[in-house]
Design a protein around this ligand. Structure first.
Ligand code: IMP
Ligand code: MG
Length: 180
């Protein structure tokens, strides 16, 4: 499918499932190499967007490892700013562990910075970040990204876990907003 529509927006094919799988494989190879002689890493997958990337990546990880999931939720109740999110699901200690955060996409980096801050409080042995996609033009932070699957232009995309208004996460390919 070259073109598709979600609600009011039209999208065109941008990154094929094959290209995505190649990028996932490259990240897995690097992690397998880097963690060969280290104690079992714990992957921290950021929901919802990272679920597909996480599943495909973890099938390629050779080391013994653990996986846990975090979700960013908007604050509820009065006075909550639309942008401030809180992290839920971080209830096991990551102290002394080799932690690898899994993100679908790093855009401005605001989300990632918050996640890193929270995980750092647990004093992990090491903390690395793996992101399938990275928009360098949009990035506003200085946090180093240890594993990047693909650098992409600053366009809105959907598919392979990423959504437009909740839709499109199931698509095996990635689509970009048409006319951007
Ligand atoms: P950041 O905080 O600006 O880096 O944005 C991170 C989050 O915004 C990601 O985890 C995604 O959920 C979402 N996001 C960023 N860019 C896109 C996009 O192009 N399509 C869909 N979601 C996106
Ligand atoms: Mg999202």
């Amino acid at each position: 499918m070259e073109k598709m529509q979600l609600k009011d927006k039209k999208f065109t094919l941008s990154i094929s499932a094959e290209e995505i799988q190649l990028a996932v494989k490259e990240i897995a190879n690097k992690i397998n190499h880097d963690f060969k002689n280290k104690s079992a890493p714990v992957f921290v997958s950021i929901l919802n967007g990272s679920f597909m990337f996480t599943a495909d990546l973890l099938k390629r990880i050779e080391a013994q490892c653990e996986i846990t999931f975090l979700k960013l939720a908007s604050y509820e109740g009065t006075g909550s700013s639309g942008n401030v999110k809180r992290l839920i699901g971080l209830n096991e200690s990551l102290q002394g562990r080799n932690v690898i955060v899994l993100e679908d996409i790093v855009d401005t980096g605001i989300t990632l910075e918050q996640i890193i801050k929270e995980i750092d409080k647990f004093k992990p042995e090491s903390l690395k970040v793996a992101t399938l996609l990275f928009k360098p033009e949009a990035y506003q932070k200085n946090i180093g990204l240890d594993y990047i699957g693909m650098e992409i232009p600053n366009r809105f995309i959907v598919g392979y876990g990423l959504d437009y208004d909740g839709l499109g996460r199931n698509l095996p390919d990635i689509y970009a907003l048409a006319g951007e």
